[in-house]
Design a protein. Structure first.
Length: 304
């Protein structure tokens, strides 16, 4: 019989032992850190939208992050997903700060990673606002790696209850899916931008590179579906971003039908494969089936 993963087992409370003051303080510190980082992320978001005298991100860095800057840049409406992500982060930060969740092993394991992701997001906005386009690449890559680590901890840990599945898994699934698309667009912009050490020609072979990158994104999306047992949030965010890349290439100033068709095909592959994985997982978890795909995650809440 499987047992709870070591990192969760190590955080369980011994019923015969009174919890120490140090543990309570460290949990409270984690909760406060998440709240503070959320405030910084929201201020950074407002600044990046043009508030407080800032320049809109799509107009920063001489327009290198705009919708027609590269073949992999999504159309402007794509960035509306940030409103959903920020709302999710706000609700998550408040939810995890509740006393009842202070010693939750799942929150202990992901709280600081969530805080780091918020700081990196704010840092990316500041760097982009300053016009330091090449430096945005290591920042967004660090953000992507942080979200991957956080997401892995979520999907390999105990199964969440309904509210937690939406506020935590759903929020960070959307966050990861969108940042996966944004990273490809960011790197392409940095390579082709006016501040790049070696500019990339947008004509000719650039279309084939765009198609190749989109194919890689499709594979990544399929991998996230497998790793997350068919969780829909990453697929929705990936599909959203790729769809708006297709719109930008069909209706924008920098048109490319092959790139648009590849982006649409990637959306179909990611969403379709995620639906298949989710269906298979659901069937295996039905009563009378061979049992849950991840017995550890399924039983850890009950202690069986």
């Amino acid at each position: 019989m499987s047992s709870t993963p070591d990192r969760y087992a190590s955080t369980q409370v011994d019923p015969g032992r009174r919890p120490g003051r140090t543990g309570r303080r460290s949990d409270l510190t984690r909760q406060m850190v998440v709240l503070v980082c959320l405030v910084l992320a929201l201020v950074g978001s407002a600044f990046g939208s043009g508030a407080f005298g800032g320049t809109g991100i799509q107009n920063a860095a001489s327009g290198a992050l705009g919708p027609d800057a590269t073949l992999l840049a999504p159309a402007r409406p794509a960035f509306a997903i940030w409103s959903v992500i920020y709302l999710g982060l706000l609700l998550y930060a408040v939810w995890q700060a509740l006393p009842r969740h202070r010693r939750d092993p799942r929150q202990r394991d992901t709280g600081y990673a969530a805080a780091v992701s918020m700081l990196l997001n704010a840092a990316w906005i500041l760097v982009a606002q300053a016009g330091w386009l090449p430096l945005t690449v290591p920042v967004i890559v660090a953000l992507l790696v942080t979200l991957i680590v956080l997401y892995r901890r979520l999907v390999t840990g105990p199964d969440p209850r309904a509210v937690e599945a939406v506020l935590v898994d759903g929020t960070f699934g959307l966050y990861l899916g969108w940042v996966s698309v944004a990273t490809t667009a960011n790197i392409t912009a940095a390579l082709a931008g006016p501040l790049a050490p070696v500019g990339v020609d947008l004509d000719g072979g650039a279309v084939w590179w765009a198609i190749l990158v989109l194919a890689v994104v499709a594979v990544v999306g399929a991998g996230l579906a497998l790793a997350g047992d068919g969780r829909v949030a990453p697929a929705l965010a990936l599909g959203w971003g790729l769809a708006w890349i297709a719109v930008s290439r069909l209706d924008g100033a920098l048109r490319s039908t092959p790139t648009a068709v590849t982006a649409i095909a990637a959306v179909v592959l990611i969403v379709g494969w995620t639906a298949i994985v989710r269906t298979l997982i659901s069937r295996r978890r039905r009563p009378g089936s061979t049992g849950p795909v991840n017995p550890t995650a399924a039983d850890s809440r009950t202690g069986r």
